[in-house]
Structures are given as C-alpha cells and as structure tokens.
Design a protein around this ligand. Structure first.
Ligand code: PEP
Ligand code: MN
Length: 345
C-alpha cells in the first residue's frame, strides 16, 4: 500500500503517517519525490484497513498495490530506477550500457586481452566469472579469489567497471569487495538466503532470470533484495527452458517490455546464454535493443575456441566490434544511444 501525500504536506504530517503505520504494526518507507512524498507500507501480507490513513491530514490518496511484489512495482514507484556509479555511468537512464567479457576469468593475459578488446569496441563494464555455477562438478569451476584479483587488475588497466557472480551467501561479501556489480546467476534466482544477503551489500546487483522462472517469480526475487534495503537491482533476461534443443534456451524478448511495464527496475538482455550459439548472438542483441533493453551482457573471448567455458556462444573480438556497430544503429532508430567508455568521450 502506498500513501501519497498532498503537494504541500508538512514534515509533521508525514511523520504522523509514518507513526500511524508503525502503530498499526507495519513498516513505513517514506519516499520523497519531485512533486510529492509517498509513504510505502510494507510488512502486510493481506488487506490493510486504509480508512485510518486516508483520514490523516496531508494525505492525498491511498493506493493499493495489486501485484504480489510491492517495492519493485511501477505502482510503488512510477519513475524508472537509474543506478548511478561514481564514474558517472548510469544504468536505466537514456543510454544503453554494454557489459562484455569472457564467461570465466581464466588467466591474467586472457582477462586483460578481453578487457582491452571489449573496451576498444565500446563496452563500459567487464564481465567474467571467478566463481562459476557449472552443471557438472567436473567442469572448470573458476579461479575463485584469484579470479577476483585479476578482474580488479583489468579494471585498473582499462577503467571498465566489473560485474561478476556470487554463488553463495558465504562468498558474497568477498565478491562485493571486488565487484562494482554483483551478479546472481539464473540457477540462484530463488536462493532466498543469497538474495537477502544481496540486499545488504550496499552495491548494485544484477539478478538473472531463472531458467524456468516466470516474470512474477523474477520480480518477487528482486523484491527480496529491495525488502532488505537495496534498491539497486538490474534484472536480466537470459533465456528460459523450452522444448526445442535447437538453441540452448528460448530468448524471451517479450520479457523486456513486460518488465518495463510492471517494474521501475532496469532490465538488460543476455543473448549469449539465451541462444548458446555464436551466430545468433548479434541478431538477438539487435532485437533486445529494439525491444527496449537497458543494456546487454555479451560473452566475448580473445580466443573462443580455447575458452574453458561457453566457447560456443562467445564472440571473437572482431565479431563484437560488429555487434556494437549494428546495435548503435538500432539504438538510434528508437531514440537511444549506447553509452561510450569514459576514456573515449
Ligand atoms: C554467466 O553469466 O556466466 C552465467 C552462468 O549465466 P546464467 O546464470 O544466466 O546461466
Ligand atoms: Mn557463461
């Protein structure tokens, strides 16, 4: 439930609404806006008697949030969430943000070569897994802490921000010390204790859609992070499981405009994992931009044939240059642009 205050409501009137909500046994979240303040009521799992709040001085209206998720919904917050980084980079604003890099950090030379290649092509964030969620326990599991150190070195070298995955609650604080954005992978989308931890790290979180998750489930997982006090969440459509094995997953393009309608959170697209096929990544990246994605997550490897994970879907640097060129053109058609690396501006 959302209590919208009148334009000229006083601080005392807002405090009284907060106190009344707390007296009723719920939590109050005041949200000052450009026009007026709204006070969110959280902690209820059923219907709340609104009449007591409606009658308070300074209250304009009480809006019932009809979705099962609250703080991530558009009803709760009408304006888009824009995640600002100290470097000036923003996710969720007018500019489209491209995150690119290898599936896994494999060595210093590999990650530095990948970082330089994606930066030179126009990416602004370097991706790379140090802790890898692999289907088989015998597959390469990532370099762990060493991988995080190499990512930090690549950041120093190129100025790119870093997004990398945290696999469990025990490891998330370590990952958050190195990463600019902490990724929660598809297989962990409903790891609720990890989501709660992610709500307390004080850093942006990239939350990937689970391979069999509905949009409602994705948004409820994001709600866990917001409910712990972290509103810096970026959603990611990375394909869902279908019956056809011709592609690795089914890229659910409709999720992008649908999420924009239901939520104020930014959503980026990962056509690499969604298709699993190198030749399909660029067409689906174009489609994602056309559908309104706020960013892309693209796997790029200096030598895809030698990649220790996901080589078949990784682009070579020259293919990524071409993807960027095509995506810039699509962005222009819809009145957006792809954000450039700070050094190249
Ligand atoms: C990844 O980004 O490398 C990854 C493992 O993705 P997902 O969780 O979407 O499979
Ligand atoms: Mn991968």
């Amino acid at each position: 439930m959302l209590i919208v205050m009148q334009h000229g409501a006083t601080e005392a009137e807002i405090r009284r609404v907060v106190a009344t909500i707390e007296e009723m046994g719920y939590q109050a979240r005041p949200m000052p806006g450009r026009q007026r303040t709204a006070v969110g009521l959280v902690g209820n799992d059923g219907k709340v008697d609104a009449s007591r709040l409606e009658a308070l001085p300074g209250v304009l209206e009480v809006i019932h949030v009809t979705q099962p998720y609250k703080q991530v919904s558009r009803e709760w917050k009408a304006e888009n969430t824009v995640i600002q980084f100290p470097s000036g980079l923003a996710i969720g604003g007018d500019e489209i943000v491209v995150m690119a890099g290898p599936c896994s950090v494999e060595s210093e030379s590999q990650i530095i070569a990948a970082a330089r290649a994606v930066r030179d092509a126009g990416a602004v964030i370097l991706r790379g897994g140090a802790f890898k969620p692999r289907t088989s326990p015998y597959s390469f599991q990532g370099l762990g802490k060493k991988g995080l150190e190499l990512l930090a070195r690549a950041r120093e070298e190129t100025g790119l921000l870093i997004v990398t995955e945290a696999m469990d609650s025990e490891g998330i604080d370590l990952v958050a010390r190195y990463a600019d954005i902490v990724q929660i992978g598809a297989r962990n989308m409903q790891n609720f204790s990890l989501l709660k931890h992610a709500g307390r790290i004080g850093k942006p979180v990239l939350l990937k859609r689970g391979i069999s998750a509905t949009i409602t489930e994705l948004l409820l997982s994001a709600e866990y992070i917001l409910a712990e006090g972290n509103a810096q969440v970026i959603l990611c459509e990375r394909g869902i499981r279908g019956f056809d094995t011709a592609t690795r997953f089914v890229f659910d393009l409709t999720a992008i405009p649908l999420v924009h309608k239901l939520s104020h959170l930014p959503i980026v697209a990962d056509p690499s994992h969604a298709t699993g096929l190198r030749a399909k990544v660029t067409p689906m990246a174009r489609a994602a931009i056309a559908a309104g994605a706020d960013g892309l997550l693209i796997e790029v490897h200096p030598a895809p044939d030698r990649a220790l994970s996901d080589g078949a879907q990784s682009l070579a640097p020259d293919q990524f240059v071409d993807l960027m060129r095509q995506c810039r053109a699509i962005a222009e058609v819809i009145g957006r642009r792809i954000g450039e690396p700070v050094a190249a501006q």
